[in-house]
Ligand binder design. Structure first.
Ligand SMILES: CC1=C(/C=C/C(C)=C/C=C/C(C)=C/C=C/C=C(C)/C=C/C=C(C)/C=C/C2=C(C)CCCC2(C)C)C(C)(C)CCC1
Ligand SMILES: [Fe+2]
Length: 294
């Protein structure tokens, strides 16, 4: 682990402990429109830039290298995003379930030094622990995102809670052998996911761990001013598109904060699909190269 990664890991740990203390000692009101606006703003402005690097990651793996392939790459990226939005509108429950599974796969990369099975176990806490800690809050968010009244369980059976805790405890212990930093991070993410209100947890994880880690891993490609400005431009375009989604998505009688949540998560899901596919393609290409050179 490089020095800058170690510094980021420590900053994340300190922030996570501080947030846990706030979560344990006070009640955070997540119903208010202001809280939701702050969370949405943080996720968009601090989380989206990590995806805007996709343009240069694609350039590095030669997915585009001239005007024609540049246009082709954008067309494909936007097509996958548009298909995801359509799936969220037409098959909301299926799309949400797929989004959660793909997210676990994607977030597992935050702990790249660990074997895949431990990464996935760690990342599953990001989705499972909010459900255990705040079942009613999560059910309400799922209802807002899918815009359905689908009856969702608002209580989780005790044996399931116990099994999940043991799985994560086992993953943390096994991760310790490979990387104590990764083990502590997974334990803190799981604790935050359990203790904090679901949305506060997700925004904290996304802007404090996932996005900066990705930028630290790939950010050097946007180090020159021109590329940096392009990344800022792409972030703004993606932000405005998500805001537009909030306004234009067909809605039933939902409160403003529910519409914001729905647009935000459908926007994130739409960007998640091409973003995750690209990174998987990159890993596959890297593995192929490594095998070819052995
Ligand atoms: C390149 C490009 C671009 C840009 C892009 C971008 C900017 C991207 C981004 C991307 C991104 C930015 C991504 C993201 C991702 C995310 C995710 C993956 C998320 C997930 C989530 C989750 C999973 C959640 C869950 C939950 C719920 C829902 C409720 C509560 C509880 C919990 C937490 C569980 C554009 C379009 C301009 C153009 C073309 C090209
Ligand atoms: Fe990501």
């Amino acid at each position: 682990m490089s020095r800058v990664h170690r510094i980021h890991s420590r900053i994340f740990m300190a922030a996570a402990v501080a947030l846990l203390l706030v979560g344990l000692l006070s009640r955070i009101d997540t119903q208010s429109a202001t809280t939701i606006a702050v969370i949405a703003g943080a996720v968009l402005l601090l989380g989206l830039p990590h995806g805007a690097l996709d343009l240069y990651i694609a350039r590095r793996i030669e997915l585009w290298n001239d005007t024609r392939s540049f246009i082709g790459f954008h067309g494909l990226y936007l097509l996958v995003a548009a298909a995801t939005v359509a799936a969220c509108i037409l098959l909301p429950v299926v799309a949400l379930s797929a989004f959660l599974l793909i997210s676990i796969w994607h977030f597992g990369d935050d702990w790249a030094p660990l074997p895949k099975v431990l990464r996935l176990a760690g990342a599953s806490a990001i989705v499972i622990f909010p459900v255990l800690g705040d079942p009613e809050g999560v059910a309400a968010i799922f209802r807002a995102i899918t815009a359905t009244d689908a009856p969702l369980p608002s209580e989780v059976p005790y044996p399931l809670i116990l099994i999940s805790f043991w799985v994560i405890a086992g993953a943390v212990a096994a991760a310790w052998v490979h990387s104590p930093y990764a083990a502590i991070e997974i334990a803190l993410v799981a604790l935050m996911a359990y203790v904090l209100p679901a949305l506060v947890f997700f925004a904290s994880y996304f802007v404090l761990l996932h996005s900066p880690r990705h930028i630290l891993r790939h950010g050097e490609i946007a180090a020159d001013l021109r590329k940096g400005l392009v990344v800022v431009g792409y972030t703004l375009v993606a932000t405005l598109t998500v805001v537009a989604l909030i306004v234009v998505l067909p809605v039933r009688e939902l409160a403003l904060s529910e519409n914001v949540l729905r647009g935000l998560f459908i926007g994130l899901a739409a960007l998640t699909m091409p973003h995750t596919l690209l990174l998987e393609y990159r890993s596959a290409a890297q593995q192929k190269n490594a095998t070819a050179t052995v």
